[in-house]
Ligand binder design. Structure first.
Ligand code: ADP
Ligand code: NA
Length: 336
């Protein structure tokens, strides 16, 4: 009943990281190309309504939203091939989210690990929006009847909750109206870790992590951060099992594999037995080769913010063409 359609989003909540690129953007580009070949739509969004679940400086939010659009384009998303837009410009997201707030249960939200992590011990002081975040995310996906959502590992639980919301809505309103969307978590780098601590996720929402690689970093900054990345004193193993218990080593090898478009085993075939003093410069060179052109292109695009605004404004129009009738049908089912 449901045609294939791909949706995903990223929050304009800070400097984009290597984790966002490897876990999300780079894969969006693969989906775009596949969609073009197989004839399905791909929709990618800057989710600014999600970003403000924690306070954002308004001027910074505006800049980060444009910067994220520039990063999408610099990474290879093409506004003629995919729909690229800003969430708040398509009001149907927020409208469907309200319906889902009334479908989802408090207990479901309380179990979300991102809520627990981000709200921390002082959860009474967290915004209501932060708590309801997964219901808005379900609306982002289901307002397009999207069937597949490429995300990093950290978002798996939210996509599963999206399925629960769709199933409960379908049950409550007696129709097979929303698809049960699949999270697509594939590729080598679905969870890139911090370069200063291999047990923590590299995140743009963690401003204290100065070691993270940002997509706006120039060649020198990228090479420096890789050089300073935490490692252990052992040589690299020749097989993946040898990375057991060596979070930092595993992370760097995984990053190499993802950037080179290969897998961990093949990287270890080349580098097994060698020291980090040899591996790090090779990784640095590869990272610069792959990432520096993106930051250069982003900077160029940011020189003409009006052009970025025009592109995403056009994207919002295309997105609304899909979202409007689905919201209308939803209201109809609910009795409005
Ligand atoms: P962040 O957690 O950096 O603030 P978002 O929550 O906006 O980023 O997530 C945007 C996308 O990037 C999601 O698909 C998420 O799973 C992915 N992502 C974020 N951090 C990483 C990471 N360290 N490794 C792999 N994917 C990641
Ligand atoms: Na995240």
């Amino acid at each position: 009943k449901f045609q294939d359609r791909v949706f995903s989003g990223i929050q304009p909540s800070g400097g984009l990281t290597l984790g966002n690129y490897l876990g999300a953007m780079r894969r969006f580009v693969d989906w775009q190309d596949r969609g073009l070949k197989e004839g399905f739509e791909t929709i990618f969004c800057m989710v600014d309504l999600h970003a403000i679940t924690v306070w954002q400086d308004p001027a910074a939010l505006r800049r980060q939203t444009r910067e994220l659009a520039a990063a999408y384009i610099a990474s290879g998303l093409d506004p003629e091939k995919s729909i690229l837009f800003n969430q708040s410009q398509v009001p149907e997201h927020a409208q469907l989210a309200w319906i889902f707030n009334c479908v989802a249960r408090m207990g479901w939200m309380q179990r979300m690990t991102q809520w627990k992590d981000k709200a921390g011990k002082n959860s009474q002081n967290a915004s209501l929006g932060l708590f309801a975040y997964p219901a808005l995310m379900a609306a982002d996906i289901l307002i397009y009847h999207a069937t597949h959502v490429p995300v990093g590992e950290d978002q798996k639980q939210h996509v599963e909750l999206t399925r629960d919301i769709a199933a409960k809505f379908n049950h409550d309103y007696g129709q097979d109206f929303f698809p049960l969307t699949e999270p697509v978590i594939e590729g080598t780098a679905t969870r890139v870790m911090s370069l200063r601590d291999g047990t923590k996720k590299m995140s743009k929402s963690d401003p204290s992590d100065m070691a993270r690689i940002n997509l706006t970093d120039d060649a020198d900054a990228i090479a420096n951060k890789i050089r300073k990345a935490r490692t252990d004193p052992e040589a690299l193993p020749s097989e993946a099992e040898g990375l057991e218990g060596r979070a930092e080593a595993r992370n760097l090898v995984t990053i190499y594999a993802a950037l080179a478009g290969t897998d961990v085993d093949s990287v270890l075939r080349d580098f097994g037995g060698r020291q980090f003093s040899e591996f790090k410069p090779a990784l640095g060179e590869l990272a610069v080769e792959k990432l520096a052109p993106i930051s250069t292109r982003m900077a160029q695009l940011m020189e003409t913010p009006n052009e970025i605004d025009r592109i995403i404004g056009r994207g919002a129009e295309k997105a609304r063409e899909i979202a409007e009738p689905i919201l209308k049908d939803t209201y109809e089912l609910v009795g409005m």
